[in-house]
Design a protein around this ligand. Structure first.
Ligand code: ZN
Length: 259
């Protein structure tokens, strides 16, 4: 076992630990989530480097007897100071970090997970209020793909046909965690027969505007989605779908998704 491993690391969380230490949770490109302790008083250089959303090279020391990591150095390559300066950026970044923590770092897809997290935080650094919300929603949608939980918006999960017409409303079934076409098995009539709360508990609509936006979120990088808007109703649907899909994957909703 290598006792002094080096990682490409992004700090997701930094909490006080004991008198003057810090407990870090790192997302690494190599091993996913790692917890490590920073020792040192308030004036230590290392401690100043060990703050949320900083990304760079982390040198760790592994104590195999105690299954414990200590940070020996952290060379910050991305500081992302702009995130802390602005409330909306900070809220969006915390939604990103908490989602990653709640999903154990994204499982086996370590490289893509690390790249998505870093690109998203880079885009947030200079984003305005609307931009932050779009970038965060895009992150949730693409993170669902990392987790293997994102529904296909191009093809019906029940009948396999391509969704008819750009103007159709699709339905996301919470129970099946899939999107189905309006004509499939008479489902459309069943859904429409359900009223208000009963329908909302089982199905979410994805109208044409929400679909277009989510498909754009799949293909555009975080630096560009911040400038892609849609009408209010479509945005509400897209956002609700992101939260429902990830909520189904994680088995819970996070408070940080409410923005
Ligand atoms: Zn169908």
């Amino acid at each position: 076992m290598n006792r002094t491993p080096t990682y490409n690391a992004l700090i997701l969380r930094a909490r006080p630990s004991g008198e003057s230490n810090r407990e870090l949770t790192l997302l690494t490109a190599e091993e996913g989530l790692i917890r490590a302790t920073v020792f040192g008083g308030p004036k230590s250089r290392l401690r100043a480097h060990a703050a949320p959303y900083h990304q760079g090279t982390a040198w760790l020391y592994r104590n195999p007897a105690k299954d414990f990591f200590k940070v020996t150095d952290f060379d910050v390559q991305s500081w992302r100071l702009g995130i802390r300066e602005d409330y909306d950026r900070a809220m969006a970044a915390s939604a990103v970090a908490e989602t990653i923590l709640a999903s154990h770092g994204g499982g086996a897809e370590r490289g893509p997970a690390f790249a998505l997290a870093g690109d998203t935080l880079d885009a947030l650094e200079g984003a305005d209020r609307d931009g932050c919300r779009r970038i965060a929603a895009q992150f949730l949608w693409n993170w669902a793909d990392i987790l293997g939980a994102r529904p296909d918006l191009r093809r019906c999960a029940a009948c396999g046909r391509e969704f008819p017409g750009a103007e159709a409303t699709l339905w996301y079934s919470r129970r099946e965690a899939q999107a189905v076409c309006p004509s499939c098995s008479g489902l459309d009539e069943d859904i429409r027969a359900l009223t208000g709360a009963a329908r909302a508990a089982e199905f979410l609509p994805a109208g044409p505007g929400a679909r277009r936006w989510l498909l754009a979120a799949e293909s555009l990088g975080p630096g560009r989605i911040g400038r892609v808007g849609t009408d209010r109703a479509s945005w509400r649907e897209a956002k609700a779908l992101c939260a429902a899909v990830l909520g189904a994957a994680l088995g819970k909703q996070l408070a940080s998704w409410d923005w």
